[in-house]
Design a protein around this ligand. Structure first.
Ligand SMILES: O=C(O)C1=C[C@@H](OP(=O)(O)O)[C@@H](O)[C@H](O)C1
Ligand SMILES: C=C(OP(=O)(O)O)C(=O)O
Length: 432
């Protein structure tokens, strides 16, 4: 059921706020998967609790892993032998539909995967074919998408596999996260167009090495994980830097200043690229011990950006581009047509409906700002479209964001945080 519409609040002056953001989806879901097969009980400190991470925790629990709330904030994860004859709901989470099958392949019995209607269109084929090559029986009815069944026999042979990961870096991350538990480990070779979202693969590699894995990524497009046990984790989850993007964008749109406490000095999160992007648009960007502060200087310019590595940022950057002082070009993100929705088409349609001049290219968007008028901003079950709509609403009074609760995929408290940023009461602005 779609949630009520939300009239996104327009800014009545420059914002000046600090926003405490919950943990990273990508880190939380990697830590959960690693902890499920670690050599003892793991503690995840301040993990993200959102639809995608609760679905991941639910998937692990279904497979027999203990995931327990402790001290109101943390998760204790207790590994156990994986059980089969279970159903896994992937929702619309790429991390669940890609990371869990290689893990579930070690269960004893069938593990059935399905998800939201749109999840059944997200690319899975190369990931399922790779599992077959590594010795796992997978029944997808020949479709290469959800729903499918993995027939676990308690262990996986592993070995060498060549796959095309140009549709999603998650195909590589998924095999790496479970590969150390396969009899022969795993060697993955990518053949095809460039793999997107390299920072997300770096995140997988770093998380695995921190857990004690012996991993070689020294040859381009090739990764090798040796078989061996992984250590239990005790990890603090960083704030989600991609979810910081709309809040930082608000500083530019309103001519104000926004600080995100806890911004890591070192991170593998792709969202860290927002610092360079906003700097290029003309913002003052300062990373210090008290966090990241972005301040508007004097308007903000359009940009020519290749977002292949940080494609999660596209919807918010496209929204900013529609409000910038000049035209922008976003390139290198053909694969986001396979994200929560076809993001290139959705952004072209919705920005165009507000009055921006937008050309959709095969791998991105050309956006020329023009005066915008309020309309309903459709969100297609995509959390980042809600965030983009909120950024636009700052400058377009009366803009209505459809189905704002879809933002719960990664940030259930978005509307409240947004209202806090503007000094408003979130509940007041909802319409039934
Ligand atoms: O591994 C991950 O946590 C992710 C990898 C990226 O996927 P793609 O490579 O499919 O873009 C990213 O866009 C997604 O939001 C999260
Ligand atoms: C592409 C995204 O998510 P997923 O992990 O479902 O691929 C995203 O969060 O922007």
């Amino acid at each position: 059921m779609p949630s009520p519409e939300w009239t996104a609040p327009a800014a009545d002056g420059p914002v000046d706020a600090a926003v405490d953001l919950p943990g990273s989806k990508s880190l939380t879901n990697r830590f959960l998967v690693l902890a499920a097969r670690g050599g003892g009980v793991s503690r995840l400190r301040s993990p993200l609790r959102s639809r995608d991470t609760l679905l991941m925790a639910g998937a692990l629990r279904a497979l027999g892993t203990g995931v327990e709330d402790v001290d109101g904030e943390d998760w204790l994860v207790t590994p156990a032998d994986m059980v089969g004859d279970v159903d896994i709901d992937c929702g619309l989470a790429g991390t669940v539909m890609r990371f869990v099958p290689p893990l579930a392949a070690m269960a004893r019995g069938s593990v059935r995967f399905d998800g939201d209607p749109h999840a059944r269109t997200r690319p899975m084929g190369p990931a399922l074919e790779a599992l077959r090559t590594l010795g796992v029986a997978v029944d997808d009815g020949g479709r290469g998408v959800l729903p499918f069944t993995v027939a676990g026999v308690g262990s996986v042979r592993g070995g060498e596999v060549t796959l095309d990961a140009s549709a999603s870096s998650q195909f590589v991350s998924a095999l790496l996260l479970s590969g150390a538990h396969y009899d022969e480990g795993v060697t993955i070779r990518h053949r095809g167009g460039p793999v997107p979202s390299q920072p997300h693969i770096d995140m997988t590699v770093e998380a695995l090495r921190d857990a004690g894995a012996d991993l070689d990524d020294s040859v381009p497009d090739t990764w090798r994980v040796e078989p061996g046990p992984l250590n239990p984790l005790d990890v603090q989850v960083e704030p989600d830097l991609s979810n910081a993007a709309p809040f930082l964008a608000a500083a530019l749109v309103t001519g104000g200043r926004v600080r995100i406490p806890g911004w890591p000095q070192h991170t593998t999160q792709a969202g860290d690229e927002i610092r360079d992007i906003l700097d290029e648009m003309g913002a003052e960007v300062r990373l210090a011990r008290d966090g990241l502060t972005v301040s508007a200087v004097d308007g903000f310019s359009g940009v020519d950006l290749d977002l292949h590595d940080a494609s999660e940022l596209t919807p918010v950057i496209a929204a900013l581009a529609a409000l910038a002082d000049g035209p922008s070009r976003i390139r290198g993100v053909a694969h986001i047509r396979g994200h929560e929705t076809d993001r290139i088409a959705a952004l072209a349609r919705e920005l165009g409906a507000l009055g921006a001049r937008v050309t959709e290219t095969e791998d991105g968007l050309h956006i020329t700002p023009r005066p915008l008028s309020p309309a309903t901003f459709h969100t297609y079950g995509d959390h980042r479209m809600v965030m983009a709509g909120a950024v636009l609403g700052l400058a377009v009074p009366g803009l209505v964001v459809e189905d704002p609760d879809t933002v719960a995929k990664t940030l259930p408290t978005f509307v409240e945080l947004w209202s806090g940023l503007l000094g408003h009461d979130g509940a007041r602005e909802r319409t039934a």
